[in-house]
Design a protein around this ligand. Structure first.
Ligand SMILES: C[S@@+](CC[C@H](N)C(=O)[O-])C[C@H]1O[C@@H](n2cnc3c(N)ncnc32)[C@H](O)[C@@H]1O
Length: 474
């Protein structure tokens, strides 16, 4: 948790814009009740199909900066924690209530349950504080005030029967693992020896990992600088440094000057695998927000075309490269339709970091598991194939294509690589990590801690899930 709001509530209405369908909220912006109410709105938005970052952003879009600053950290923490525990929270609600409550009441309860599941030192707030503040959150809106007694009874009842309920919850797979059942089936099918580790890794908050820019520093020199500033960090990859305590980017030494970037250790494998050398012409075919584009340009003096289909996301490539003081040619276009953007000059290297289920990065985006549907996977597989087929003819003979997904589903990984190898007799498969399963340094209590199938990065493994396949054109 980045910050805890005070337990104070106030009779003063919070001066921020609210969803039009909700009445005014009579709670102070620095109270836990206010944070629970806001987080509940974000959960409601995700249940309606919105991505969590957009849902949280939307809450503060019209608010005063001061209110947003006060509440935002706590709201974000509660909403993300709730997403990681939504299966448990919904199960507990169903156990305690025979009739479905109004959605906002259910979402406040879900947020409260998510905070009550941890005990002792692991708990962010004292249990009775959570209960009192959840009751305040419900009482803070005129139309839900009738449910104060119910929220109080449900949450206090949970505290009385906590151990028995959490024990019973283990028998329900969705409640236990906090993933939808189709996702549980898919992970079990794909990784019969490691499925529990994979699921558990996705339920741990990801660390803050940095990539050191070799144009400005070295990992050793940067670690030394951090140590002089009293910041604990570990060397976790060729260019990767993991901070012991996550912080905001403005506080990361050297971030604004482009000495380091924020990038997961698993994602940092892409640019070195492309083996780019000075003078090469490279296509980064699905480039935004430009994490891998920046890394490529840090490693060699290359000419990079950064292609992205989403114009608003493409702007972030430019912002990231500006901070790094590096340049690429940014083009907006569909990687699956080169006629619209390709100038006819072939590439030495192509990075195909294609759109995918993002099932490998759920620890950073815990909403993804609830937003995705099983039917999304075949649609994504088809889209990945369309893009790969369009890109292969753009590669020079002797050139290399790196296929990347942040997925743990073999349909988007190994099976896709095999399909590609069978389709193109001139594609020679080169060494690459293949499936990199997500690995968490800290696995939550109660989760299995057996050995991982697939690859991980090494002794300090703590990275998202990726798939990497490399092909050379003969
Ligand atoms: C996995 S992300 C890329 C991450 C990026 N390589 C990085 O390291 O920061 C995939 C990107 O592909 C874009 N995209 C999706 N379909 C595309 C298409 N048909 N052509 C080009 N870009 C596409 C998405 O908007 C998204 O920004």
């Amino acid at each position: 948790m980045t910050r805890k709001p005070s337990q104070r509530s106030s009779s003063q209405p919070a001066p921020r814009e609210r969803e039009s369908r909700l009445s005014a909220l009579h709670l102070a912006p620095d109270s836990l009740g206010f944070a629970l109410d806001s987080a509940a709105q974000a959960i409601g938005a995700v249940r309606a199909g919105s991505a969590l970052p957009a849902a949280v952003q939307g809450l503060f879009a019209f608010g005063k900066d001061s209110d947003a600053a006060i509440a935002r950290g706590a709201v974000q923490d509660i909403a993300y924690t709730t997403m990681r525990r939504l299966g448990s929270a919904d199960w507990l609600i169903a156990q305690r209530l025979h009739k479905e409550p109004p959605p906002h009441v259910a979402n406040v309860l879900a947020c409260a349950f998510a905070l009550l599941i941890d005990e002792g030192d692991a708990a962010a707030y004292a249990p009775f504080t959570v209960v009192d503040q959840a009751v305040n959150a419900i009482g803070g809106r005129r139309e839900f005030a009738f449910a104060k007694g119910l929220v109080n009874a449900v949450l206090r009842g949970f505290l009385r029967e906590r151990a028995a309920l959490l024990d019973a919850l283990q028998a329900d797979e969705v409640a236990r693992w906090n993933y939808p059942s189709w996702w549980l089936d898919a992970v079990r099918r794909a990784w019969p020896d490691a499925w529990q580790d994979v699921l558990a890794a996705g339920n741990v908050q990801g660390p803050l990992t940095l990539r050191v820019n070799p144009r400005h520093s070295t990992v050793d020199a940067y670690l030394q600088m951090l140590s002089e500033q009293g910041i604990a960090a570990t060397h976790v990859g060729a260019y990767a440094v993991r901070l012991a305590v996550p912080t905001s980017v403005e506080r990361i030494p050297g971030f604004t000057d482009g000495v380091v970037s924020v990038q997961d250790a698993g994602a940092q494998l892409a640019a070195p695998l492309l083996d780019a050398r000075d003078g090469m012409r490279i296509l980064d075919a699905c480039a935004a927000p430009g994490g891998k584009t920046g890394h490529l340009l840090e490693l060699a003096d290359v000419e990079v075309v950064a292609l992205e289909s989403d114009a608003s996301r493409a702007r972030r490539i430019g912002e990231n490269l500006q901070r790094l003081q590096l340049e690429a040619e940014i083009r907006i276009g569909d990687a699956g339709d080169p006629t619209a953007w390709h100038d006819g000059k072939p590439y030495d290297r192509i990075l195909a970091d294609v759109p995918c289920s993002a099932s490998g990065i759920v620890r950073r985006h815990p909403d993804i598991r609830w937003l995705r549907r099983a039917s999304d996977i075949p649609a994504l597989v088809a889209e990945q194939r369309r893009i790969l087929q369009a890109l292969w003819p753009l590669l020079k003979t002797g050139g290399e294509l790196l296929y990347v997904t942040c997925s743990i589903f073999p349909e988007e990984g190994e099976l896709q690589a095999q399909w590609f190898g069978n389709l193109y007799p001139d594609a020679v498969r080169l060494d690459a990590p293949g499936q990199l399963l997500p690995a968490a340094a800290r696995v939550p209590a109660g989760a299995s801690a057996g050995s991982m199938a697939g690859h991980s990065i090494g002794q300090h493994a703590d990275h998202d899930g990726f798939f990497y396949a490399r092909f050379q054109k003969r």
